[in-house]
Design a protein around this ligand. Structure first.
Ligand code: KG4
Ligand code: ZN
Length: 355
């Protein structure tokens, strides 16, 4: 089995070739960061145009690196959503065109399922497992029962964890994308200097909230500027970054501990705690989750950083998992800007109110 994966749902144009033995034969990611940096965030129209400009070429390179041609492929998998719709359309149309021209099965992959199953590409992980999915657009705790079978235990009632990193980095003048910048600055910072709130810590349920934390950082910046004068010293910026990072990690760990209890109640077998998504690249968070897993008798599985941030290898892999089960899609598939992994999960409409 050999699958071409295509990822265009956000600001990375990516193509990969993965085989059924879990070998990543090619994995190319072209980041658009430079295009978006001057705007301080992702501009959807710029992203879509850049995907269109580069995707064909990238697919050609991926096939060449893998040493294969279209004729060797078993199927084509492209991210079908959720994401910035202009970019998703580019990837889906390209995938469909290849599938049609080569008479190959087409698979529209839920980007979140790509993240959710990525641990099974890098590690031996059996279903069911508990998943903490933390990215720029999502922050969820899910039980992964099988391919296409997800039970959401919690989600964010305001910002996603990655979004909080990005907004806080912007506030601290650390640039975009914020996660890696905060992590770098935090290395030489004191996580105990500023006592930021741990939103929802100790509260029932597994939902997340980060908006209040972001506000607390902004207020602290204003207060410190008043005390110390502008600009903030590099040490203060580092201390703010470290204190913020610790608050996020604390909050994620607290919510995950609750999810472990629920997971255990339902399943006696599963022992894996998987962390995936861009924020899972954070070393401090991995350390904290690893300590949590140890204390709870669980095994922390974190895919390598390259598989955590957006990439097409995870899309190709989700394609392999779905193709094995015969879960292919028709060429009439419509790209989806929204596509929840667990359609039965209660809707969260701010401030923890469920509808
Ligand atoms: O999964 P991803 O690549 O794209 C989405 O699907 O959202 O996640 C991107 C997010 C960004 O918000 C970025 O700031 C965050 O992941 N991120 C990190 C780190 N690396 C990336 N956050 C914290 N620490 C990191 N090292
Ligand atoms: Zn992602």
């Amino acid at each position: 089995m050999l699958i071409l994966g295509i990822e265009t749902s956000c600001d990375e144009t990516a193509a990969a070739v993965v085989d059924g033995e879990r070998n990543i034969r090619a994995d190319i990611v072209l980041s658009q960061t430079e295009l978006h940096t001057p705007h301080g965030g992702i501009v959807p129209e710029i992203a879509a145009r850049a995907h269109l400009e580069h995707l064909d070429h990238l697919i050609g390179r991926a096939l060449k690196e893998a040493g294969v041609s279209f004729a060797d492929l078993s199927a084509v998998a492209a991210t079908g959503g959720p994401g910035l719709i202009g970019g998703v359309i580019v990837g889906v149309m390209t995938g469909k065109a290849i599938a049609f021209a080569r008479n190959l099965p087409f698979l529209a992959i839920n980007h979140l399922e790509g993240h959710a199953l990525s641990a099974r590409l890098s590690h031996d992980v059996e279903f069911p497992y508990l998943l903490l999915l933390v990215s720029g657009g999502h922050c969820q705790l899910l039980i992964v029962e099988g391919v296409g079978r997800y039970m959401r235990l919690g989600t964010t009632i305001d910002d996603a964890a990655g979004e909080a990193f990005d907004k806080t980095a912007k506030l601290l003048g650390l640039g975009y994308p914020g996660g890696p910048a905060i992590e770098r600055a935090a290395k030489s910072g004191d996580p105990a200097r500023f006592a930021f709130p741990r939103p929802l810590k100790g509260r029932p349920g597994c939902n997340f909230s980060f908006a209040g934390l972001k506000t607390a950082v902004r207020q602290q910046v204003e207060a410190t500027l008043e005390e110390e004068g502008a600009p903030l010293s590099p040490q203060t910026v580092s201390d703010l970054a470290a204190s913020f990072q610790e608050a996020v990690a604390d909050s994620l760990v607290d919510r995950t501990r609750r999810a472990i209890d629920i997971f255990r109640e339902r399943y006696q077998l599963g022992r894996a705690l998987v962390v995936a998504g861009g924020v899972a690249a954070n070393t401090r968070l991995r350390q904290r989750l690893s300590d949590l897993a140890d204390s709870e008798g669980m095994r922390l599985v974190a895919p390598p950083q390259r598989l955590c941030t957006d990439n097409a290898a995870m899309i190709a892999w989700a394609g392999i998992e779905r193709l094995r089960l015969g879960l292919t899609d028709g060429l009439d598939f419509s790209p989806r800007p929204r596509w929840p992994l667990d359609p039965n999960a209660p809707k969260v409409i701010g401030a923890g109110v469920k509808a």
